[in-house]
Design a protein around this ligand. Structure first.
Ligand SMILES: Cc1cc2nc3c(=O)[nH]c(=O)nc-3n(C[C@H](O)[C@H](O)[C@H](O)COP(=O)(O)OP(=O)(O)OC[C@H]3O[C@@H](n4cnc5c(N)ncnc54)[C@H](O)[C@@H]3O)c2cc1C
Length: 356
């Protein structure tokens, strides 16, 4: 399909929250070979959009051009003598499809990412991860358009500066990621399963390994219980997953919170973090609590979801209410994980992101 340019297109149906106004100009890229052609007609770096599963689009919509990455496809290399195989994937390819292919082909490295919505191209933006695996474990390089240099670039994983739910790309419009290369490993067994919730489903000790498909299915079971798989629940359907980042804490704080049974986890970038969901619960937000009109805490997990009657403005207000109450009750300032897209006129609270 050829690149499509349209005007005044509602963005809400292109996001998992189903909120927000129109894009003045929407460009849908289906083939990265056509990218250079459209650069000529795009004087400024566009706002990129994948599946819209980590964004809140303003009710006013987006005045800047929005570029939706719809380019699909992957190419699997030949495994080397150590069983390492390179997989090149187009940015618009769904992560769930990539994970499924990897498992079917018998490649380990992504099995714990089963069920995470979104496109492959968005995964380095916040170093997507769950249940002990992150994109930084397997990403080799990304191929992107650099809007400052005005040319294609290849950035190694090190240059992407992948950290906990962050990277050089987070909240920057400098690069449009067009394709990525991952290195997976031929293996019948999963990586060691390090999360208790997943080992409990599998009935194995922490650190045990199981066939790839079993690991992914156990992760999906845990995720469905929390409404963290798109389409697994009708009532909590309009979600962006976690709205807030789990904040980093120092070792003494980690010990104190650990003694209160707080979920405290260590991450590959060396940070120790306490679960944002736990902090939200500790601050008096029960499951299903209404926050503002059309926005409430999910009935399955302490995160915000939208209902009929919600607006992007209301969702943002709910974010600020949760932020302030968690700060008052726990002394911890949460920061927002999701990206705000489009034109926002309201003042920015500390901890809230700048619009992209
Ligand atoms: C139910 C649910 C569960 C989730 N669980 C997890 C989880 O376990 N772990 C986790 O890390 N995340 C999770 N997420 C968040 C989300 O799935 C990821 O952040 C995902 O990578 C977003 O992909 P997307 O294609 O939807 O990106 P979008 O939401 O469309 O975009 C996200 C950001 O990336 C930018 N962007 C997108 N594509 C490109 C590109 N090609 N080039 C440059 N910039 C780009 C956008 O401008 C935007 O700033 C969850 C979300 C939901 C709804």
């Amino acid at each position: 399909m050829r690149t499509r340019v349209s005007h005044g297109v509602p963005l809400a149906p292109m996001t998992t929250l189903g909120l927000g106004g129109p894009a003045s100009v929407l460009v849908e890229l289906h083939d990265s070979a056509e990218f250079v052609e459209l650069v000529g007609s795009c004087p400024d770096s566009p706002v990129c959009l994948g599946s819209g599963s980590n964004v809140l689009v303003s009710d006013l919509g987006c005045d800047s051009p929005v570029l939706r990455l719809c380019n699909q496809g992957l190419r699997i290399g030949t495994p080397d003598a150590d069983g390492r195989v390179l997989v090149e994937v187009q940015a618009g390819h769904l992560l769930t499809d990539l994970v499924e292919t990897a498992i079917a082909e018998g490649f380990s490295g992504m099995e714990m990412l089963a069920g995470i919505p979104g496109t492959a191209g968005a995964t380095p933006i916040q170093n997507v991860g769950a249940y002990g695996q992150e994109v930084s474990d397997t990403l080799v390089e990304v191929r992107a358009w650099d809007w400052v240099l005005g040319r294609h670039v290849t950035l190694s994983a090190r240059e992407c500066d992948l950290r906990h739910r962050s990277s050089v790309f987070k909240r920057s419009r400098r690069w449009t990621l067009l394709s990525l290369v991952f290195a997976l490993r031929r293996s019948e067994l999963s990586a060691p399963v390090t999360y208790g919730a997943v080992t409990d489903v599998l009935g194995i000790p922490v650190g045990g390994r199981v066939p790839l498909a079993e690991a992914a299915e156990a992760v999906l079971t845990v995720r469905r219980r929390k409404g963290m798989v798109l389409g697994c629940t009708e009532t909590d359907r309009r979600s962006v997953g976690s709205v807030f980042l789990s904040p980093e804490i120092d070792p003494a704080h980690a010990r104190r919170l650990g003694a209160r049974n707080a979920p405290v986890n260590s991450f590959p970038d060396g940070s120790t973090r306490v679960s944002a969901s736990w902090l939200i619960q500790q601050s008096g937000f029960g499951l299903n609590s209404p926050i503002v009109d059309g926005v409430r805490i999910s009935s399955l997990h302490p995160t915000l979801v939208a209902d009929a009657g919600a607006s992007a403005t209301a969702f943002r207000e709910a974010i600020e209410i949760v932020l302030q109450q968690v700060l008052r009750c726990t002394g911890v300032r949460l920061t927002v994980e999701i990206d705000l897209l489009g034109t926002w006129h309201t003042a920015r609270e500390p901890g809230a992101p700048e619009p992209v």
